[in-house]
Design a protein around this ligand. Structure first.
Ligand SMILES: Cc1cc2nc3c(=O)[nH]c(=O)nc-3n(C[C@H](O)[C@H](O)[C@H](O)COP(=O)(O)OP(=O)(O)OC[C@H]3O[C@@H](n4cnc5c(N)ncnc54)[C@H](O)[C@@H]3O)c2cc1C
Length: 479
C-alpha cells in the first residue's frame, strides 16, 4: 500500500501523531472539534464526495509548516492548505482522510517601500495588506479579489485569478517531504526577494496549482504607486453592445478594470446592460485624457450614466456580501476567461443555452444574472445563479449576525440545486468550446484532461517529483 493509500484509510488521527502536531504548532493550534472540522473542510458548494478532515492545524511559521509536513508524512496523511475557504471548486475540500493546514496564523507583512516589494505570510488577507500599504501611497501590482476582506494572498496565489498572477514575484513553498523551497531572487543565499526573474521562473510552477505542488507559506509581491483614477459608466441596450464597448477599451489599453452587469431571467429581464470603467493616469491631467478617450470611444448605442458603481467599488473594494443573494438566496457562479475575439460568440451561445433551460429554471424559481469583467486583454464571462435553498455552515459562519438570523432555517432544495449544477456544467462545456480557460481549477474545472500529451506528461512529472506519494491536495488538478 502506498503511503497516500494508507493515509486515506486513516479514520482518526493516531495519538502519537496528534502529540507530534501539538508539539510543533502548540495545543491551541490543533483543532479536533467535530463541527469545526466539518466547517474547515467545506467550501461554498456541498460536494457529494467531501469528508471532514482529521484535524485542522494552524502553523505559525514556515519552519512549523515544514515540520508538520514531515510529521504527517511519517503517518502517510495527506495535507490540504486553506486560506479563508471562500472558493467554490473543491480544491480545499478533503475527499478522504487529511489534515487541513489553516494558514491564517501566517500573517506577517514586511514592506520594502523603496524597492517596491513586500513579503507577506500566505494567510494575510488582501484587506490587511491594502491597509498596511496605504500610508506608503502604494498598492500591490496584483489585482486583488473582491472577497479580500477575508481571503488570503496564499489563496489567490494558489487558486489563480482571471487576469493572472504577474504581481507575485517570489514564494516560500513547503513541499510534501518538508523541504522549504524559495523561488525568485529570494532563493539566493542572503538574497533579497525583489525580483521574480532570475534563472528559470520557478515561482510560476506553483502559481495556480491549487496547492497540488506544495503549501505556500510566504509570498513576495510587486508594489506600485497609487495613481489618479477616473470612473465612467454606460448603459447599453444589450449584452453584445456592452461587450463590444468593453472589448474596444481593453484592446486600446484604456481601462485598468471593466465590469459589465446584465439582466438574466425573471423580473427586470429587459433592463439595460451597464458597463463600468475604471481608468488610471500617471498624473491628474493624464487621467483626464484617458477619461476623454473612453468617452470618445463609447459608440453610438452606449449612453453615459452616473459612475456610482465603479466609484463605490473603488471606495469599498472588499466585501463578501454578494456570496448570497439580497434575500439570502444561494449563489453559484461559473466563469470562463476568454480571448477578446471569442467572447461575443461565447456570450451568445451561453445566452441561447440559458434560454433553452428557461422553463425548467422558472419552475424551480432559479434566477440568473450576468457579470463580465476584465483587468487586461481578456474577458471573464460569469453567469451567476440564485435560488432559495438551505445555506451551508460556511455561509452561516461568514454572514453578519443580522443576516445569519434573517437567512438561516431555509428549506433544503435538492432538486433546484441539482438543476443549477447540471446547467452550470453545460455552461462550462460551452465556454470551453470557445477557447475558455479558468482560474480556481480545484477539483471542478478541467486541467489534466485538457492538456495535450507532452504538456500532460510534464504536469504529471512535476507532480511526481514534488509529491511522489500524492499527499498534497489529493484529487486537485486531476480533472
Ligand atoms: C463574494 C465573493 C467574491 C469573490 N471575488 C473574487 C474576485 O474578485 N476575484 C477572484 O479571482 N476570485 C473571487 N472570489 C473567489 C475566491 O474568494 C478567491 O479565489 C480567493 O482568492 C480564494 O482565497 P481563499 O483564501 O479563500 O482560498 P481558499 O478557498 O482557502 O483556497 C483556495 C485553493 O487554494 C489552496 N490554498 C489556499 N491557501 C494555500 C496555500 N497557502 N498554499 C497552497 N495552497 C493553498 C486551497 O487548498 C484551495 O485549493 C470571490 C468569492 C466570493 C465568495
Amino acid at each position: 500500500m502506498t503511503p497516500a493509500a494508507r493515509g486515506n484509510a486513516v479514520a482518526a488521527l493516531p495519538g502519537d501523531c496528534l502529540a507530534e502536531l501539538a508539539a510543533i504548532a502548540g495545543h491551541e493550534n490543533v483543532i479536533l472539534e467535530t463541527r469545526a472540522l466539518a466547517l474547515a473542510s467545506s467550501d461554498l458548494i456541498d460536494w457529494p464526495w467531501q469528508r471532514p478532515a482529521l484535524a485542522v492545524v494552524k502553523p505559525r511559521s514556515t519552519e512549523e509548516t515544514a515540520r508538520l509536513a514531515r510529521a504527517a508524512g511519517l503517518y502517510g496523511i495527506p495535507l490540504i492548505a486553506r486560506g479563508a475557504g471562500l472558493s467554490y471548486s473543491g480544491g480545499g475540500v478533503p475527499g478522504g482522510a487529511a489534515i487541513i493546514v489553516d494558514t491564517t496564523n501566517l500573517a506577517t507583512i514586511d514592506i520594502h517601500a523603496d524597492d517596491r516589494h513586500a513579503q507577506v505570510g500566505a494567510g494575510t488577507s488582501w484587506e490587511a495588506l491594502a491597509q498596511a500599504l496605504a500610508p506608503h501611497g502604494l498598492k500591490p501590482a496584483q489585482p486583488m479579489p473582491i472577497s479580500g476582506v477575508h481571503t488570503t494572498v496564499g489563496g489567490a496565489a494558489s487558486q489563480g485569478m482571471p487576469g493572472g498572477l504577474d504581481g507575485i514575484i517570489g514564494l516560500a513553498v513547503v513541499l510534501a517531504d518538508g523541504t522549504v523551497a524559495r523561488t525568485g531572487s529570494g532563493a539566493r543565499r542572503h538574497g533579497s526577494a525583489f525580483q521574480r526573474y532570475w534563472g528559470p521562473d520557478l515561482t510560476g510552477v506553483f502559481l495556480g496549482d491549487c496547492g497540488a505542488y506544495g503549501i505556500k507559506t510566504e509570498i513576495s509581491l510587486r508594489l506600485v504607486p497609487v495613481r489618479p483614477l477616473r470612473f465612467a459608466s454606460f448603459s447599453c441596450p444589450d449584452g453584445a453592445t456592452g461587450l463590444g464597448l468593453m472589448t474596444r477599451l481593453l484592446q486600446a489599453g484604456l481601462a485598468v478594470r471593466v465590469v459589465a452587469n446584465g439582466p438574466g431571467n425573471g423580473p427586470g429581464a429587459d433592463a439595460p446592460w451597464t458597463v463600468h470603467v475604471t481608468m488610471e493616469g500617471a498624473t491628474e491631467d493624464a487621467a483626464d485624457c484617458v477619461l476623454a478617450a473612453v468617452r470618445a470611444d463609447r459608440g453610438q448605442q452606449a449612453t453615459e450614466i452616473d459612475a456610482d458603481v465603479p466609484r463605490r467599488l473603488h471606495a469599498r473594494p472588499f466585501s463578501i456580501r454578494g456570496f448570497v443573494g439580497l434575500e439570502g438566496e444561494r449563489w453559484l457562479p461559473v466563469h470562463g476567461v476568454l480571448p477578446l475575439s471569442q467572447a461575443p460568440s461565447c456570450l451568445a451561445a451561453l445566452q441561447r443555452l440559458l434560454a433553452d433551460h428557461a422553463a425548467e429554471l422558472d419552475t424551480h424559481g432559479i434566477r440568473y444574472t450576468w457579470t463580465l469583467s476584465s483587468t487586461g486583454p481578456y474577458i471573464t464571462i460569469e453567469p451567476m445563479f440564485y435560488w432559495n435553498d438551505a445555506l451551508t455552515p460556511l455561509h452561516l459562519y461568514y454572514l453578519s449576525d443580522r443576516h445569519r438570523e434573517r437567512f438561516s432555517g431555509r428549506h433544503d432544495a435538492a432538486e433546484a440545486r441539482a438543476l443549477v449544477r447540471r446547467v452550470r456544467d453545460d455552461l462550462r462545456l460551452a465556454m470551453d468550446a470557445h477557447d475558455a480557460v479558468h482560474a480556481q481549477l480545484g477539483r471542478y474545472f478541467p486541467y489534466r484532461s485538457a492538456l495535450e500529451d507532452g504538456a500532460g506528461q510534464l504536469a504529471a512529472r512535476i507532480k511526481r517529483a514534488l509529491d511522489p506519494d500524492g499527499r498534497m491536495h489529493p484529487g486537485t488538478l486531476q480533472a
